[in-house]
Design a protein around this ligand. Structure first.
Ligand code: PLP
Length: 372
């Protein structure tokens, strides 16, 4: 009998992937609560840019009422694509939905990259661009943002000249909170690249470029229901693509990628836009409150933000130390262990009571003055 060992299997795996570090995801509320020994209601979760108001009432009702969970979803996503197209004012042929916009990032790269082709990434930014580039066998070309977190256009032009094929620009950017200007995107389009503008946070600020997709050859705009519409756990994202790319994506995507629950919740959310927009307005107001309050904490220096989170530079202490002390108190914020972000924390905007709890905990930390 032939026995296989771990090393036998390893020999069969892609060496480039074995060498790759995985994406560092956040943990769900129940896991955090259990680790701390506190009830889940006590967790103040400000680490995932999730929506503290949850799904809209109509989305919750649609999820409860749907009776077709035993039937595969429409692989062509007809109803959802039609509703999204009407909502956006674009042709439905241009719209494709995914299991989160994360899946669309991966699919765009599968559709474009041959092994070793270049993807331009502008850190600090969303980690899925570099992650999916590695998984798809692309070559990551990093062009770091400038000190004010704006794009380094000359650096990008240079990378495009060295074989960059696709560029990802989150606008507003995660985790820095600033938006790219239309002029900057125009300049990127002039470079001949496929330009993917990720508008995961555009409902909270910045200008949407969805209407541009109809007129430009190489522009993609990605959107999601995770942040403004409170559906992060259901995984529902979408994009507006040039026609040839949209039809290719529909052919190469996993056929049932947008599940029945996600389709029902998306359709109902689009009928509940008034409620969702009101919540967005609350979060934007809370963001400004939180900014003002954090600016007065000696430990933190927040950057202005157009999204539902604030990036803060940590001064006079290690960012990780602050993160850990907050976590002990049931308050979870995001720390990124990357060279550009090591001294920073990203804090999602929550409910007013979350802001209060965070500020109380930070005052305690400042008062104990045991921080290094
Ligand atoms: C959260 C986030 C996404 C992921 O959205 P999903 O639809 O939940 O996959 C995409 N892009 C950016 C910049 C994000 O911050």
């Amino acid at each position: 009998m032939r026995r296989t060992s771990a090393s036998d299997v390893t020999r069969l795996l892609r060496p480039d992937l074995l060498a790759m570090e995985g994406y560092e995801p956040i943990e769900p509320t129940d896991v955090l609560a259990e680790a701390l020994g506190i009830p889940p209601e006590r967790v103040v979760k400000l680490d995932g840019n999730e929506n503290p108001y949850g799904p809209s009432p109509r989305a919750l009702a649609a999820l409860a009422d749907a009776r077709s969970y035993h039937i595969y979803p429409d692989p062509q996503q007809r109803k959802v694509r039609r509703a999204l197209a009407a909502y956006l004012g674009v042709d439905e042929e241009l719209v494709v939905a995914g299991s989160g916009s994360d899946e669309l990032i991966d699919l765009v790269l599968r559709a474009t990259l041959s092994p070793g082709e270049g993807v331009i990434d502008c850190p600090p930014t969303f980690g899925m661009y570099s992650f999916s580039t590695s998984v798809c066998g692309g070559r990551l070309m990093e062009v770091p943002r400038r000190e004010d977190f704006s794009l380094d256009l000359p650096g990008i032009e240079e990378a495009a000249g060295r074989g960059g094929k696709v560029i990802f620009v989150a606008s507003p950017n995660n985790p820095t909170g600033n938006a790219a200007t239309p002029r900057e995107v125009e300049a990127l389009l002039d470079l001949g690249l496929l330009v993917v503008v990720d508008e995961a946070y555009v409902e909270f600020g910045g200008e949407s470029l969805v209407s541009w997709v109809t007129e430009r050859e190489r522009l993609v705009v990605l959107r999601t229901f995770s942040k403004w519409a409170g559906l992060a756990g259901l995984r529902a994202g979408y994009g507006v693509f040039p026609p040839a790319l949209a039809s290719l994506l529909l052919r190469i995507k996993p056929p049932y990628n947008l599940n029945v629950a996600a389709q029902a919740a998306v359709l109902a959310s689009l009928e509940d836009v008034g409620v969702l927009r009101e919540r967005v307005a609350f979060l934007v107001a809370e963001r400004e409150q939180l900014y003002r309050k954090l600016a007065r904490v000696p430990l933190l220096r927040p950057y202005p933000s157009q999204a539902n989170f604030l990036l803060c530079r940590v001064e006079g202490a290690e960012a990780r130390w602050v993160r850990d002390r907050l976590a002990e108190r049931g308050i979870f914020v995001r720390h990124f262990d990357t060279p550009l972000l090591r001294g920073h924390l990203r804090i999602s905007v929550g409910l007013p009571e979350h802001t209060d709890a965070l500020l109380r905990a930070l005052e305690e930390l400042v008062a104990t003055d045991s921080h290094r």
